[in-house]
Design a protein. Structure first.
Length: 90
């Protein structure tokens, strides 16, 4: 029973953290999806070694989504700075 409560708490925290995003550009959204898929795959494989594949996949998906969003958001910022610096006013 206690493990179910812990798992529910972890899933709730990870899902709420993935819904709150500082970056909302196109690369950030794409990075979130790709990071979640990659993290779920890696977490599932790692968790399967200890007999907890679903828990590993859930944790990996949450962490991967957050990491992908951060990386995609930084790419969006870099692209915005590049295009804003190239803008010429005549």
């Amino acid at each position: 029973m206690l493990q179910a409560v812990k798992l529910l708490l972890i899933c709730t925290l990870l899902s709420s953290a993935s819904l709150i995003s500082c970056s909302n550009g196109p690369n950030a959204r794409t990075g979130t999806v790709i990071g979640a898929l990659g993290g779920a795959a890696a977490g599932g494989i790692i968790g399967n070694q200890s007999g907890r594949g679903l828990e590993g996949a859930a944790i990996g998906a949450g962490l991967g989504a957050l990491g992908g969003n951060v990386i995609g958001g930084s790419n969006d910022q870099r692209n915005n700075q590049y295009y804003n610096n190239r803008r010429r006013y005549y």
